[in-house]
Ligand binder design. Structure first.
Ligand code: AKB
Length: 322
């Protein structure tokens, strides 16, 4: 039996991760935490500001936590609007956890990196694990710095940190917040509600994406991997599906025939253009046998099925028109 803490459990990935870990360890203790209370009451939820090291320390001690999943971060588009705050939050929360792990307060940390660590001079197609990394976004710079720090803490203090570079994540339970890849979730809601969508990325902007079940699978798999098998100690490339807004719209149109899309690229276009189009994840396959399951069509089908149910049940928490 192990005790697990998720920091950022109300967020896009945190929500699905919490559900999966609770299902998996039905006898275990999976503590949820976030800076805001969850929508539904949860007896195993703790209100936590992870930038406050002493509060994190207390939670780790109180619940005798063994493993932490650190899912709280300011994403790329929001980080451009508040660079100092994004840097402070993204780095401070990571340092707090690295220091507390170094002190021996828990055994293993999951910290997500992102395709945002790559930049304009990185090869964009099948981006290799090791490549030129010159991110030019606040978020990308913080993720690259984080990658260097987790490797440093492993080498110097034997801290066990596991990490993957998430592509854009597509999910139906919770909306993403403040990322460049968010269009690939918004489009589904708009298609169902209005039959049309205005994309903030141009028609032919190809980005690496992944359906949430695959992202959760990768996250749990790398945490469970035998430490000796992990040859990479910064963060693993993981690949899913690469598509453009135009291709995603066409895939949605298979199920919603009248769906239309138009394009009004904004500041997020430049961010997207600095990122890879597709990712080479052979190292993740080799070291911990990971491979994604969902392709474009199976993802679209599953998204629409689940969102339709959610709309019908009248329980959609996020309103696109807000
Ligand atoms: C974002 O768009 O900022 C994130 C990411 C790719 O890390 N989804």
């Amino acid at each position: 039996m192990k005790n697990i803490l998720i920091i950022g459990s109300n967020g896009q990935i945190g929500t699905d991760l919490l559900a999966k870990l609770r299902q998996k360890f039905n006898n275990g203790q999976v503590i949820a935490s976030d800076i805001r209370n969850p929508k539904n009451p949860d007896p195993k939820f703790v209100l936590l500001d992870a930038t406050d090291r002493e509060s994190v320390r207390n939670v780790l001690k109180d619940y005798q936590i063994d493993e932490v999943y650190l899912m709280a971060a300011i994403l790329s588009a929001n980080a451009e609007k508040m660079p100092n705050k994004a840097w402070d939050i993204n780095m401070q929360v990571l340092f707090n956890l690295l220091e507390l792990a170094k002190e021996g307060l828990f055994k293993k940390l999951f910290w997500p990196s992102s395709i945002a660590v790559f930049g304009p001079h990185t090869p964009r197609i099948n981006t290799p694990q090791y490549a030129v990394m010159d991110p030019n976004t606040v978020y990308g710079i913080s993720k690259l710095a984080g990658e260097r720090w987790i490797e440093y803490y492993r080498e110097h203090f034997n801290v066990d940190v596991r990490s993957v570079r998430y592509p854009g994540i597509i999910s139906w339970k919770t909306m993403p917040g403040g990322g460049t890849t968010d269009y690939a979730v918004e489009i589904f809601h708009e298609a169902l509600k209005h039959g049309r969508y205005t994309s903030f990325l141009a028609a032919n902007t190809r980005l690496p994406m992944m359906y949430m079940p695959d992202a959760i699978d990768a996250t749990i798999k790398i945490m469970e991997a035998d430490q000796e098998r992990l040859s990479i100690h910064n963060s693993y490339n993981i690949a899913g599906i690469s598509f453009t807004p135009e291709e995603l719209a066409a895939a949605i149109r298979q199920y919603i025939p009248g769906f239309t899309i138009d394009y009004q690229p904004d500041f997020r276009q430049a961010i997207a253009e600095s990122w890879p189009e597709s990712i080479d994840d052979r190292m993740a396959f080799k070291d911990w046998h990971w491979h994604h399951k969902y392709d474009l069509d199976s993802m679209v089908k599953d998204m629409l099925k689940n969102l339709e149910k959610k709309y019908q049940a009248g329980s959609l928490l996020y309103q696109m028109d807000l």
